[in-house]
Design a protein around this ligand. Structure first.
Ligand code: FMN
Length: 355
């Protein structure tokens, strides 16, 4: 059996293969609600054989959205449509994950296809962003408000309430979005966290907010269900968050009951050059896995079945997160099985199209 198709048990789920749909913002919601776009978009990838499908960054509060069109889990009313989606994913052999997120200083922006610019807080569909420190992502943007203690407590409660709704919506996995310069990452990084209280300064203080968010999620998220964290394993620049910091964090998260670290990079410091090439972030999944012993996911320019299979075979990561290739081909997993010479079950409706 190809390594990409070997099952993997993580707590109460057993992935049928190592192919995970990476979270991808669709900017297609109104007031956080999922709709038929999300059902078709995510459902197609379940039909296409992925083992685990993770929703886009799903905001835990309205002000935690990147744009006014983000998906959310900040109202009980959001649950019904998401439950229909998770039921569909389950019926087609996939597990359902949600990526709980708060955009921090990157909140209140336009959808990318409308230009992606910040929407000033005094304009319709704009609001004031919150961050660990009052430092804008780029100088041309309105600076966020630095969170006070009450604000920090509110966000911890928002993550907890969203996690409880994720249970009601039938999700099997929660991934906390600690990457790409959004709020949890902003606390981790010395580049965006200049606080002088117990949430800023040394490494132990900068990771405190993430650890507290994890604890509040764990109060409602069943202990037998997997809990993942996506991090930016490096910021690709001196004097910022490093791969060694990621290993140190992973050891702590492992002890805290986190099951898997999804190793992305970057996104918190404007203008940094990222050396893009196929599999450019795999080395971080490998380092974190080997030096901390936690399960990891590799992501980023992994587009070919043999490439993905080799990463698993070499023990560089435990699962492969695939984003853009899934948009090109939602049936990537069925194609991968074919290209790797492995027999998998096809949806009955599609069997006549089998290679
Ligand atoms: C359309 C789109 C939306 C994305 N939205 C998210 C998101 O909501 N959360 C996240 O962590 N990453 C997001 N990403 C990043 C992807 O999950 C992934 O890490 C990145 O695209 C690299 O993987 P790839 O080369 O397979 O596309 C997004 C990427 C794309 C292309």
């Amino acid at each position: 059996m190809p390594h990409l198709f070997s099952p993997l048990k993580i707590k109460n789920i057993e992935l049928k293969n190592r192919i995970v749909v990476s979270p991808m913002c669709e900017y297609s919601s109104e007031d956080g609600f999922a709709n038929d776009w999300h059902l078709v978009h995510l459902g197609g990838m379940a039909v296409g054989g992925a083992a685990l499908i993770i929703t886009e960054a799903t905001a835990v509060s309205p002000e935690g959205r990147i744009s006014s069109a983000d998906l959310g889990l900040y109202k009980d009313e959001h649950i019904t449509k998401l439950k229909q989606i998770t039921d569909f994913l389950h019926a087609h052999g996939a597990y359902a994950g949600t990526q709980l997120a708060h955009a921090g200083r990157k909140a209140s922006h336009l959808q990318p296809w409308l230009g992606g610019k910040q929407v000033p807080s005094n304009e319709p569909n704009g609001w004031k962003a919150y961050a660990p420190s009052a430092i804008a992502f780029v100088d041309s943007e309105e600076a966020p408000l630095a969170l006070d203690k009450a604000g920090i407590e509110k966000i911890k409660a928002d993550f907890k309430a969203a996690a409880a709704r994720a249970v009601a919506a039938g999700f099997d996995v929660i991934e906390l979005h600690g990457a790409h310069g959004y709020l949890l990452h902003e606390f981790l990084s010395p580049a965006s966290n200049k606080r002088t209280d117990e949430y800023g300064g040394p490494f132990e203080n900068r990771i405190r907010f993430l650890l507290e968010v994890i604890e509040s999620v764990q109060e409602v998220w069943p202990a037998e269900n997997p809990l993942f964290v996506r991090i930016s394993a490096t910021e690709w620049t001196e004097g910022a968050w490093t791969a060694d910091d990621s290993v140190a964090l992973a050891k702590i998260l492992k002890d805290k009951g986190i099951d898997l670290i999804d190793c992305s990079t970057g996104g918190n410091i404007a203008g940094v050059k990222i050396p893009l090439k196929p599999g450019y972030q795999v080395e971080f999944a490998e380092k974190v896995k080997k030096e901390s012993g936690i399960l990891t996911g590799a992501v980023g320019l992994i587009t070919k079945p043999h490439q993905a299979d080799e990463i698993i075979q070499e023990g560089e990561a435990d699962v492969i997160f695939i984003a853009r290739e899934m948009l090109r081909d939602p049936h990537f997993a069925l194609r991968a099985a074919h290209e790797l010479g492995h027999e998998v079950e096809w949806p009955a409706q599609y069997v006549r199209a089998k290679w």
